[in-house]
Structure formats: C-alpha cells, structure tokens
Design a binder for this molecule. Structure first.
Ligand code: 13P
Length: 256
C-alpha cells in the first residue's frame, strides 16, 4: 500500500500573520530543491491563516493549509470559537484536533475530540488527530492500551471512507519539546497498533489507507529514522517547523 508521506508543521502559538507569511514563503523557496512526493502542511495560528493562505494561493505553492483547532458547530453564539466552515472558507484542508496541549490546558476530552473530528469531516476538512501517552503511562508499560482507548473514543462513529482519510499523529507527551524521543521501533509499534485499532473499527482497507504520523522532538537529525519505519507515514513537527531550513530538511528526509 502506497501511502503518501506527510510532513506537517504545527506552529503552535508562534508567528504573527506577517511572520507567518514570511515563513511560508521561505519554506516554499526551500521546497523547490526537494525531489520526491511528500505532502507538506503548515498549521499557523488562526490569526495567520488568511495571510498564509494568500501566499499559498498567489504563489501557487504546493503546501496545504491546516488549523490547530476547530469547534464542532458550523455557526452560532459561541464567543471566541472558530467553525469548520470558516476554516474551509480560508482554504484549510487539514485541522489538528486533540493536541495534548489542548487536552492539558483547555480541557479537551476524547468526547470533544470526537465531535470536532466529525465536524471537520462534515465540512470537507481532514482532521489530524493527536494521541499519545504521558510519561507515567509509558513507564508502566501501558502505552498501547492508553493510545488505543484514545483512538477508539476520538474517531468513533465515522464512515469507512472518512476513516480511510484520517491522519492520526502519535505524539508521546514526554517527547514534545523535550529533545527526548522513543526509539523509531517503539514509535512504530504504537503506529502499528493504531492502524490495527482502525482496522478493527473500520476494516482493513481503511487501516491500510489512513496515515499515522510521529510527533515529538522531530529534527533533521532524527527524522529519517522514523520515516524508515513501515507504519510511520510522516511527522507532525513543532519547534523545527518554525525555521524554513530545518522544516524542509525534514521534508527531504521524507522524500527519500
Ligand atoms: P516539538 O517538535 O517541538 O517537540 O513539538 C511536537 C508537537 O507537539 C507537534 O504537534
């Protein structure tokens, strides 16, 4: 099964809209040197989506746009929220859902993740669903069970067609922004188990088509080790996505 590799940059709460426009232009320039088929996605903060999407459209850059969160209603009296319809209107084809920082600081639960996942698909936006265990779970040897529960609850109730389009990012919480990573083999074990969970829920074709990214301290130096693993289809990159050069080095590693 040929799954297209994906490298997505999560810019988190960095970059003004002007800084984002410059960053995406820099990424686009560096991408010209990349040979090979990799889907490149950038996920600026909400306030940067318009400026970045304008650059992508105007310069006809082969970069897809993603947001970092979304609400589950299309519109309504929900002060401060942003709907999938609004993201689609700005040209977003992806949205990160359930990042551990949102689960930790903003009371995101598997249930809200599931509502957001369904809402995103309903507006034609593909969710990049984040799962991953805290350190205590890793140390107790319960990682695969913990992640399986997150997946089963977070992506419940989809059609098999939507399940096949899913992107799930496995991001161990203890690896985010720490410089620590699991071994590529152990990250692949979790990725394989995620795929098996999707297979049990939606059947083998969906499991073979859906993509699993690894995230957590992915750098140009370690990316290719993760990309060499059979069940890892790319990366969700935080810190290293904020500089065009390091981000595109990771894209190059995925293109091999
Ligand atoms: P870092 O790459 O900075 O560890 O962040 C990973 C992440 O949280 C991406 O969503």
């Amino acid at each position: 099964m040929d799954r297209r590799m994906m490298v997505a940059g999560n810019w988190k709460m960095y970059t003004t809209s002007g800084e984002g426009a410059v960053l995406v232009q820099d990424v686009a320039r560096e991408l010209e040197a990349v040979r090979g088929d990799v889907e490149v996605v950038v996920c600026p903060p909400f306030t940067g989506l318009k400026a970045v999407s304008t650059v992508i459209e105007y310069d006809r850059v082969p970069i897809a746009l993603g947001a970092q969160d979304v609400f589950w209603e299309l519109e309504g009296a929900f002060t401060g929220e942003v709907s999938p319809r609004m993201l689609a209107d700005l040209g977003c084809s992806y949205v990160i859902v359930g990042h551990s920082e949102r689960r930790e600081h903003f009371a995101e639960t598997d249930e809200t993740v599931n509502r957001k996942v369904k809402a995103a698909f309903a507006s034609g936006i593909t969710p990049i669903v984040c799962v991953g265990e805290p350190l205590a779970v890793r140390e107790s040897g319960e990682t695969e069970r913990f992640v399986r529960d997150q997946v089963m609850a977070g992506v419940a109730g989809l059609s098999a067609e939507d399940a096949a389009r899913l992107v799930i990012a496995y991001e161990p919480i203890w690896a985010i922004g720490t410089g620590r990573t699991p071994t590529p083999e152990s990250a692949n074990d979790v990725a394989r188990s995620i795929r098996a969970t999707i297979g049990a829920m939606y059947g083998p074709p969906a499991a073979m088509q859906m993509r699993v990214l690894y995230g957590g301290s992915v750098k140009p130096e370690n990316a290719r080790h993760f990309f060499g693993e059979p069940d890892i289809d790319g990366a969700l990159v935080g810190g290293a996505s904020l500089a065009a050069e390091s981000f595109v080095e990771i894209v190059k590693a995925a293109a091999r």
